[in-house]
Design a protein around this ligand. Structure first.
Ligand code: GLN
Length: 464
């Protein structure tokens, strides 16, 4: 059962929240080999007894990425540096979920401090793809994507700095939304690259995403970058599909696997049948976005990670140097790159140029949206790769080729399950102008309905 159907069953008294929580907890334990969870909420059954059935997310279990701080469950961000850490406060996204009657089922696995595209940089263990456990579920929100895909949880939260919601969503055959920068509060999200980070939902249907977004989105006095735009996600889905103008990004058509190209063509064909006007457009900056991202993200990361010195919180082991030696290889690499591009001799050559490029990339995108409703491109160039296959860090970075542009520009982007290749899911990505989050979901719903959910598979069956 999808989350909205589950909610209805709870509301109508056909299912008790305790039964729901019990079933999901049991599935999460049974499929522990997927490495999706770093911690499970052992109190979830008690909490389920107290659920108000009228609440917007009454009794729905949600898997929460372990870089969102929680008071009652440990928060590690996938790092040895935060092993056993309990935050003294709750992330706004988590607080909003709880206030809406949702239950936190557990904290999900991720690449250390959300740096990576495979969950292999988790300090604890990698997460696995439910479609093929020898492969990655993607990253860094790999645990959340694996959990939703295997229906170990009907809904999940992730964070997306350069693709970490959308890429794992694509690899695991589920939906993942990176909202417009500022639509969801970042308060309590452990910072990776603050100007790029955004919290967002993963789910198995468009309606389920909307359900979660109506609760998550909104202004937060605790996050000065949060926006006051009203959220009307579920309402927008009831409206008729407007005449659509879609732009296929030329720069994203080469170098993809055959299955990825087929999924993209299939998506456009369906949308064309529904009356959309489709044209090929050029977004020249896209080909350089990855280079800029891998300068800017490490620059911000090197500054954000400076706080882990054993003084204020987290693990302390001997002196500062011994404590900081607990960072994994990838985090260390980012700190080195970040401090290098910010060093006085190289600042203008790297950081300064990348920032200027970032402005250009956004200008180009906004110009395209003057006569387009959305851009369409693959989420990733290939389906999920085998664990251990990406020995070269640059090869791993290339997985983010199509996703980082949305973070650099702040634009909303949604990964839609759109096909399979060799039994592995493939995603298509929709990107829209600022605050078009609802509109993107409306487009995805049209595709989902026209294809009768054909792109949704449940590799391990459903909880209900
Ligand atoms: N894979 C990208 C990186 O390693 C994006 C990660 C993310 O979005 N958190 O930085």
């Amino acid at each position: 059962m999808l989350a909205h159907a589950l909610l209805k069953a709870v509301r109508e008294g056909r299912l008790h929240p305790r039964e729901v929580a019990e079933a999901y907890l049991e599935r999460a334990r049974r499929h522990a080999h997927l490495g999706a969870f770093l911690a499970l909420n052992e109190r979830v059954l008690e909490e389920a007894e107290r659920v108000d059935r009228e609440a917007p997310l009454a009794g729905l279990p949600v898997a929460v990425k372990d870089n969102l701080v929680t008071r009652d469950l440990p928060t590690t961000a996938g790092s040895r540096l935060l092993e056993g850490f309990f935050a003294p406060y709750e992330a706004t996204a988590v607080r909003r979920l709880k206030e809406a009657g949702a239950l936190v089922l557990g904290k999900t696995n991720l690449d250390e401090f959300a740096m990576g595209s495979s969950t292999e940089h988790s300090a604890f263990f990698p997460a696995r793809n439910p479609f093929d456990p020898s492969r990655t579920p993607g990253g860094s929100s790999g645990g959340s994507a694996a959990a939703v895909s295997a229906d170990l949880a009907p809904l999940a939260l992730g964070s997306d700095t350069g693709g970490s919601i959308r890429q794992p969503a694509a690899y695991c055959g589920v939906y993942g939304l990176k909202p417009t920068y500022g639509r969801v509060s970042r308060y309590g999200l452990i910072a990776y690259a603050s100007s790029l980070d955004q919290v967002g939902p993963l789910a198995r249907s468009v309606r389920d995403l909307a359900l979660l977004m109506d609760v998550l989105a909104g202004e937060d006095p605790l996050d000065a970058t949060s926006l006051s735009a009203p959220s009307r996600f579920q309402k927008a889905l009831e409206e008729p599909l407007p005449p659509l103008r879609l732009g296929v990004v030329k720069e994203a058509l080469e170098g993809n696997t055959e299955g990825v190209s087929r999924a993209l063509e299939g998506f456009l064909e369906v949308m064309g049948r529904l009356g959309a006007r489709v044209k090929e457009v050029s977004w020249p900056g896209l080909s350089l976005a990855l280079n800029a991202y891998y300068i800017l993200a490490p620059a911000e990361a090197s500054s954000n990670l400076a706080r882990y010195d054993g003084t204020l919180f987290g693990v302390r082991k001997g002196g500062v140097e011994e404590t900081r030696a607990l960072f994994g290889l990838e985090a260390k690499r980012r700190i080195l790159v970040g401090t290098f591009v910010l060093s006085s001799g190289y600042y203008e050559a790297f950081y300064g140029r990348a920032q200027a490029f970032r402005a250009r990339l956004k200008r180009e995108a906004l110009a395209l949206f003057s006569d387009l409703d959305a851009l369409v491109l693959p989420t990733t160039p290939t389906p999920a790769f085998p664990l251990g296959a990406m020995k070269d860090p640059l090869a791993m970075y290339r997985q983010d080729l199509y996703t980082v542009a949305a973070n650099l520009t702040g634009l909303p982007a949604l990964s839609v399950p759109a096909g399979f290749e060799g039994g592995l899911p493939v995603g298509v990505q929709l990107m829209g102008p600022p605050l078009s989050d609802e509109a993107l979901l409306r487009v995805a719903l049209a595709f989902e309905e026209a294809t009768d959910g054909a792109h949704l598979r449940t590799p391990l069956g459903e909880a209900f």
